[in-house]
Design a protein around this ligand. Structure first.
Ligand code: PMV
Ligand code: MG
Length: 339
């Protein structure tokens, strides 16, 4: 299988700015989670798609389970055509479902699978698709499907890093989809910003999984009418303070901002902090630690930053008692000290 190519994409979780980032021009901080999906692609006589999410395979014939992958292929094939590249059938096998025992982690699997498919096809055609184009192609796929998200997940997964993402006006781009050709849309400045953030603050970053699957799309529909100017301006202020505090290594300010965005979320809708997410957060009380819900809430995951080993152990015990599973942990903000 010498012509097989392998690509990977990560997961993501919000640190701050959820819901606010749905409003164009608002920012969020989103962290890459190194739990990966893998795509294997090679030439084939006819298209063959396989994912470990499903018990069956598909071709390009409409298939509800594979529609996200199929639409991604269709968009990439259109783009190839615009480059005068003749598309060819391939076999694409996707593994590394971001779930356990049928319950999803909620770390961005749908965004990840779109980017995985695009990266696999770029590898297949030996094309250098830069981060900017990859983000636009992926956003194009999701906009075409009527996705109501901010595209922050895509920004993080494309850069595979902790990013500061300022959202663009999706309605404005969506309006052009029917009438304007793809290359004209891609040539525009969409008005978003994606910037890598390098934290200088040493801590343990923990992900707690509630094992309660939540559907972001539904939560957004439920919560969006509560988003007001106060929520937006206060969240934006804290996101900026948090970005500066992370890069500046200011622990007190990092904790204060994460607490503040968490209270803003709690005040936005009771749907966000479920009983388990409230426990996940409360577990940080009295410790050198800060914890909060991540993303749309209503289940899925929460995050914590912990600043000493003893407190980390206590936090983990409390999570365990509450039925919250440690999904991922890593050291953050540690790199060679400057001499
Ligand atoms: O629950 P997640 O990780 O999919 O995050 C959703 C974040 C929202 O701001 C609520 C929606 C979005 O697309 O930005
Ligand atoms: Mg979620």
């Amino acid at each position: 299988m010498k012509s097989e190519r392998i690509v990977k994409t990560c997961g993501k979780l919000y640190l701050a700015g959820e819901y606010a980032v749905l409003s164009p021009g608002q920012a969020a901080l989103i962290k890459n989670i190194p739990i990966f999906m893998t795509g294997r692609i090679q030439p084939a006589v006819t298209y063959r798609l396989a994912s470990d999410m499903f018990n069956h395979q598909a071709s390009l014939e409409p298939d509800a389970d594979y529609s996200l992958i199929q639409e991604t292929i269709a968009v990439m094939n259109d783009w190839l055509l615009a480059q005068r590249i003749t598309s060819q059938p391939f076999s694409l096998t996707i593994s590394g479902k971001m779930e356990r025992e049928g319950r999803k982690f909620g770390i961005g699997s749908s965004g990840s699978v779109v980017i995985l498919t695009l990266k696999a096809m770029a590898a297949f055609y030996q094309l250098n698709v830069d981060a900017e184009l990859l983000f636009k192609l992926a956003a194009f796929v999701l906009l075409r499907r009527g996705d109501n998200g901010s595209m922050g997940d895509l920004a993080c997964i494309v850069y595979e890093d902790l990013v500061y993402y300022r959202s663009f006006d999706r309605a404005h781009i969506r309006k052009q989809l029917a009438a304007t050709d793809m290359m004209t849309i891609f040539a525009q400045d969409w008005g978003y910003q994606i910037r890598r953030i390098q934290p200088a603050l040493a801590c343990d970053f923990l992900v707690g999984w509630t094992k309660e699957p939540a559907i972001s799309k539904d939560l957004v529909e439920q919560v969006k009418s509560a988003i007001d100017d106060h929520f937006l301006s206060q969240t934006q202020r804290q996101v900026n303070l948090l970005a500066a505090a992370l890069t500046g290594g200011d622990k007190t300010a990092v904790k204060a901002s994460l607490e503040e965005v968490s209270s803003l979320l709690a005040g936005l809708s009771p749907a966000i902090y479920t009983a388990k997410l409230s426990q996940l957060k409360a577990a940080a009380e009295g410790l050198d630690c800060v914890a909060k819900s991540s993303g749309a809430g209503g289940g899925d995951c929460g995050i914590a930053l912990v600043f000493n080993v003893e407190d980390k152990q206590i936090l983990l015990q409390r999570w365990q008692l509450a039925g919250i599973e440690l999904l991922h942990q890593e050291r953050m903000g540690e790199y060679e000290s400057e001499s």
